[in-house]
Design a binder for this molecule. Structure first.
Ligand SMILES: *[C@@H]1O[C@H](CO)[C@@H](O)[C@H](O)[C@H]1NC(C)=O
Length: 442
């Protein structure tokens, strides 16, 4: 690994861990071969990385406030299974680290679909678990941390619908309703078995259990949970409380979030309800942002924002106004109501939506980044933003209209890098940041 990469790692992981990492990266240019041969020593070096901590509405890393720039690549485990696609994982981490991105949100689930991790309730494919091990180990090697999501509300990679189907097939399901994922006792037990298996998984490359691995920044209960059959929000709330407590009973070292899009619900004050996206009001999809995020075992809140699909007929100014209002409102909740950080864990614009222009994407991204930077400058709860989504080259079949290959979009690359640099400047001070991250910020 080149010295330049070492400097980026220094920036990301902080002074204390730099020496260990430099040693680590000199030792193993390719962790895939290096780790088994250096054996137990590798796991103690990984284990000596600091965990991200939370104090009130801020994250801390190595004693300093940690405002992060992140991204989504949902497909990492999937692509790490087959030898001929694995290189995409390394390429993605390298490209992201070169833009100063520090945290990646990705799926740690694949329930019953192609290359499934969970083949059937409680039965796992070791080959796919090894692929996830590899993703975690490669993240460590690139100085990137991970948010690992545990289930999908949507159908991709199985989702809650697959759990319901399993319960039905095993003759234990209460109903065929997709929302029974949240209330059926048998299905809640299935999900707990999966949680326990994942959190206590021993990584075959590092020897570390996932629950003890500081490369993992946080667990996310579910991608975009919704329970439309109960708009009171009680069903989802109970599920979140139960699953959050279960995760914490196994793992108290990592941060935990729900994975909500951020819709306000029945217990929110009227001025908050009116922040929900236009046409959808008053439909809250069973969510209730403030109540959900107040759960004691939940460490931070999340919002998603999709101005072009949520506000189909709005012009750019209207979309910008919505995005600013939506994120500002939730960051304010983090500061005043929750005393917890708030991450924009997905935001994006699809080129498939009529009227799309690259310049619109740049404008919306900049608006999101400015709010996070503004909050960070004040020591506030706006903890970071994650673009949905970045992709490696030559994987168009994984594109959903939102995907950006950084090397193909120089203006976007600059925008993302600039955000990383100014957040680093807040963390280290301008002069120090320029020294530390010179390779990308100069
Ligand atoms: C569950 O969701 C899928 C789509 O995600 C839908 O096709 C199916 O009809 C739903 N099942 C029930 C019982 O509503």
């Amino acid at each position: 690994m080149a010295a330049g990469n070492g400097l980026i790692l220094y920036h990301i992981l902080g002074l204390a861990s730099f020496a260990a990492l430099l040693y680590f990266s000199i030792c193993g240019v390719d962790i895939r071969h290096a780790l088994p041969s250096i054996g137990g020593g590798a796991s103690s070096r990984v284990a000596s990385l600091p965990f991200v901590e939370r104090r009130g509405a801020r994250f801390f890393l190595d004693g300093r406030p940690f405002y992060l720039n992140g991204w989504n690549s949902y497909w990492l485990m999937d692509q790490a299974v087959e030898p001929d696609t694995r290189h995409r994982v390394s390429r993605m981490f390298s490209a992201a680290a070169a833009m100063g991105l520090t945290v990646c949100r990705t799926w740690a689930f694949n329930d019953g679909a192609y290359n499934a991790l969970q083949l059937s309730p409680g039965k796992f494919d070791e080959r796919v678990f090894k692929a996830l091990d590899r993703v975690v180990a490669e993240a460590t090697q690139h100085g990137v941390r991970l948010i690992l999501s545990l289930a999908n509300n949507l159908d991709a990679y199985g989702g809650k619908r697959q759990y319901v189907r399993w319960a039905w097939e095993e003759g234990v399901g209460l109903t065929a309703s997709n929302d029974s994922f949240f209330f059926d006792p048998a299905i809640r037990d299935y999900f707990k078995v999966y949680i326990k298996t994942l959190l206590t998984r021993k990584n075959h490359l590092t020897g570390l259990q996932y629950k003890d691995d500081p490369t993992i920044f946080a667990w996310e209960l579910m991608n975009e949970p919704r329970c439309t059959s109960d708009p009171s929000g009680d069903t989802l709330q109970r599920w979140m409380e139960e699953m959050a407590a279960y995760v914490k009973s196994i793992d108290k070292k990592h941060q935990l979030t729900v994975g909500t899009e951020g819709f306000y619900g029945p217990t929110s004050p009227p001025d908050k309800l009116s922040v929900n996206p236009g046409d959808w009001y008053p439909n809250n999809y069973g969510l209730d942002f403030i109540r959900n995020s107040k759960i004691a075992d939940i460490d931070f809140a999340s919002v998603h924002v999709y101005p072009d699909t949520w506000l189909r007929h709005a012009n750019l100014d209207e979309k910008l106004k919505f995005v600013k209002g939506w994120i500002t409102s939730h960051v304010e909740d983090g500061d005043k109501e929750l005393d917890k950080p708030v991450l924009v864990s997905e935001f994006g614009l699809s080129h498939l939506v009529e009227g799309f222009q690259d310049s619109h994407r740049d404008a919306i991204y900049k608006a999101v980044y400015d709010i996070v930077h503004g909050s960070a400058t004040r020591g506030g709860a706006g903890a970071g933003a994650f673009v949905w989504q970045l992709s490696a080259e030559f994987m168009e079949e994984y594109h959903d209209g939102f995907a950006i290959v950084p090397s193909e979009r120089p203006s976007m690359q600059r925008l993302i890098t600039r955000q990383s640099c100014r957040l680093a400047a807040l963390r280290y001070g301008e002069a120090e940041a320029n020294r530390v991250v010179k390779t990308m910020c100069a």
